[in-house]
Design a binder for this molecule. Sequence first.
Ligand SMILES: Nc1nc2c(ncn2[C@@H]2O[C@H](COP(=O)(O)OP(=O)(O)OP(=O)(O)O)[C@@H](O)[C@H]2O)c(=O)[nH]1
Ligand SMILES: [Mg+2]
Length: 440
Amino acid sequence: MNFLSSKLKNLIKSLLGKPTLDEKSVEETLKEIRKILIASDVPIDLTNQLIENIRKKVLKEKIPSGLTLREHLIKTIYDELVSLLGKEFSPLNEKRIMLVGLFGSGKTTTASKIAYYLKKKGKKVALVCLDYHRPAAPEQLKQLAEKIHVKYYIDPNNDPYNAAKKSLELFSKYDSIIFDTAGRNSLDEELANELKKLAEIIKPTEVLLVIPADIGKVAKEQAEGFHKLAKITGIIITKFDGTAKGGGALAACSTTKAKVKFLGIGEKIEDLEQYNPKRFVSRLLGFGDLETLLEKAKEAEIKKETAEKIIEGKFTLNDFMEQIEGISKLGPLTKIAQMLPGLSLSLPEDILKIQEKKMKKWKVIIQSMTKEERENPEIINQSRIRRIAKGSGTKEEEVRELLATYKKLKKFSKMFKGIREKDFSSLQKILKRFGFKFGF
Ligand SMILES: Nc1nc2c(ncn2[C@@H]2O[C@H](COP(=O)(O)OP(=O)(O)OP(=O)(O)O)[C@@H](O)[C@H]2O)c(=O)[nH]1
Ligand SMILES: [Mg+2]
């Protein structure tokens, strides 16, 4: 993601920076896109097809009236990438989800991530262990389920078929039951039979194949193989965070019958994203993805207004606490930065590492401030610091540290706005003409 995204963002930036565009510069752009896609392990035939489509639309067909060549080229690159990486968004039918896949692909982790994701949406969810091949598997599922406070079922006799039957009864009133199956080294008959028998009992509404992104374009073969054996309804690509081949895996999967439904983007429980090709490509190109940003903020229980304040750089100490807590829930702000139109920024390391204990203390400190101080922290001088420290039972250094962190965060937040306005104002103008919506 990072590789593909940084390369494509640079490409768009250089397109915006050129004084004029002609046929030669379009050809150069196509050459560059080809290089980027091949380096991301996108299959050659798909890459060639995409290049050919762009060439045809931009150089051979008439440019739609009212658009410049530059605007038309950028819009066509966007459209063709969306088409390469899956076209339409495919929603999840969450009632009974079965996760299948080879050893170590990320099934169990992803099962708990989906459970957490649905729980955050207010659904009643249960996890079921159907993996009794690997002795440590039930314990792994139990620990994950307990961590996110979700009900689970593990069969006392290690019988996957009984586990399936029993859990269907136990959780019949639940919105979603997620079944984690056993992995294998390869797609063999034994695995196929087990999955088939389990599916007959469960009658899943989704059979999701879990594939790690680092296998790149080979994902197509695996997806088709599983499809023949187990009739998968969707794909989850995991470990998207650790490879430059994610684009290849996505493109390869998009050519199969099953659509990609989720991306695993890290090891933590919240590192899961429902896959939406349009939003994804929008982000890749630096157009931003406000919808996902706001959804993530909502999942982290941050108010929409607060999320907008973070990006706008307008906030006082009054909001500070909520935001610091929100950021730690939301994960590194760098992830938010990727969803904003413009360049990715990274938040200063020390802000990301603020510990919970410290935040509790800061809360007390802020409570000892006057309303005026909270709204306008600039007025807090040495004597006020002394009073606040005394009133909150903390040290003066601690008050100073809080104020320094607040300033840093505010400066960073202002930077977001500055960069958007400076580097990407021309891009935003173009995007507006294409009907992209920006709330800020
Ligand atoms: N970085 C990263 N690591 C992941 C992701 N998803 C899973 N992992 C890691 O991949 C490893 C294997 O994950 P599991 O969930 O145990 O895989 P599994 O498919 O259940 O494995 P078996 O049950 O043995 O077949 C674990 O160390 C996970 O933390 C992801 O999206 N990103
Ligand atoms: Mg597992």
